[in-house]
Write a protein that binds this ligand. Structure first.
Ligand SMILES: [Zn+2]
Length: 137
């Protein structure tokens, strides 16, 4: 599976989004090229406005998907935040995943002194770590 490569400034934008929405969860998506390099960041509204759960706003998702296609890119990852817990998929994250096991889920954990970003593949029965790296280029 292609490892996700995220430019530092896009990862910083994701963390900034998470901090701006805290104590509520934020969500969004990352898009880029088929080789896994992220080039686009789309913040999406969390319809639940909850500190422990999220539901991607359907209109935002539709608009972002259109923009991704228009840019000739593809959806590589979804992200959301855990403002007060570890960046590990919750039972709801596993039950609510409709994207199959290939899309990467980034979770930004804000419970510690520094943001903790981890990537996961969520399957029907659970989750496993996904490969990703900071792209310094
Ligand atoms: Zn979660």
């Amino acid at each position: 599976m292609r490892p996700l490569r995220i430019p530092a400034e896009l990862l910083a934008a994701v963390v900034a989004h998470a901090r701006a929405e805290a104590p509520l969860e934020c969500c969004g998506l990352l898009a880029g090229s088929a080789d896994g390099r992220v080039s686009h960041h789309f913040p999406l509204r969390n319809d639940l406005a909850s500190p422990t759960d999220y539901l991607t706003n359907a209109r935002d998702l539709f608009a972002a998907s259109k923009a991704v296609r228009a840019a000739g890119a593809e959806v590589l990852a979804f992200y959301h935040s855990h403002p007060a817990s570890q960046p590990v998929p919750s039972a709801k994250d596993v039950a609510g995943n409709h994207w199959g096991g290939t899309v990467v889920h980034l979770i930004v954990g804000l419970a510690g002194p520094e943001p903790d970003v981890r990537a996961w593949h969520i399957t029907e029965s659970g989750y496993e770590p996904a490969a990703w790296s900071l792209d310094q280029a």
